[in-house]
Design a binder for this molecule. Sequence first.
Ligand code: ATP
Length: 304
Amino acid sequence: MQNGKMKPENLLRRSTANRKLTTGCEILDECLRGGISCDSVTEIVAESGCGKTQLCLQLSLCAQLPISHGGLNGSSLYLHSEFPFPFRRLHQLSHSFHQSNPSIYANHNDNPCDHVFVQNVHSVDHLFDIMPRIDGFVGNSKNRLPLKLIVLDSVAALFRSEFDNTPSDLKKRSSLFFKISEKLKQLANKFDLAVVITNQVTDFVESSDGLSGLRIGNLRYLYSSGRRIAPALGLAWANCVNSRFFISRSDDSIGKDRSEKDESSSSSVSRRAQRRLDIVFSPYLPGNSCEFMITREGICAVQA
Ligand SMILES: Nc1ncnc2c1ncn2[C@@H]1O[C@H](COP(=O)(O)OP(=O)(O)OP(=O)(O)O)[C@@H](O)[C@H]1O
């Protein structure tokens, strides 16, 4: 592989050698053949409230785990464009993360949050200002874990209000998609780090050119909360990511015993919400899916 560009013959070689970042949940890791791939851009697409941010926060903490525990022995950079950043939720997750990894945090004063760097991004231009500084940031790792995960939560928010639906704006928008993904793929390749980007969805509306109904990946249609939806930013953006995972939600209850237990531990928020992660496309994963719930301790898959 050269200059971040992937050759077909390298694709097969990568699938075995690629490092993976654990999601912190064994069943979900199994579904993803070990977790989130390094040297690659992974997109998590879902409607609001499905758990994109939860999963990204969890990954940001898991990145600091030693390799032997499925982590990357590294720190995380969390670029957030959805305001405000959920610091309270990060601290809550960090607290349980610290407790469930006693051997790693022998020093009780260690705070896992210290290895998660949070940076707000309020526009595409702002993102381009930040990106060149990431190289320096990764290189300068004397007193901390090297950067091993970049999260961009969310890409759609950056494009929400700045562009019109005119042909020239759409063209400009598409070229920015490719610039963003090119830079992120370069960073992923150069520093062997994982890149995770979240994306929103829009309601599916059939367009006259039929492009909105184009099938992309393993799933014929994407449904969430009983509505047919489509990932935001369209076909051009779909070509900018290596893997796309889709999280959907329905209101049927799952994992009844588990839910009741969680309710008693004040984790009843997600009691009746069934969530499901599907692999829409990925160069290294077959189509697969996994149901999960969100508890106080984070994302936790439900055995089928
Ligand atoms: N402590 C908790 N215990 C159980 N469930 C929780 C807890 N905190 C949040 N949740 C669940 O997580 C959901 C929010 O998930 P999250 O913010 O990750 O969604 P999202 O897909 O990122 O949404 P958005 O696109 O609006 O940012 C809430 O709707 C709630 O059901």
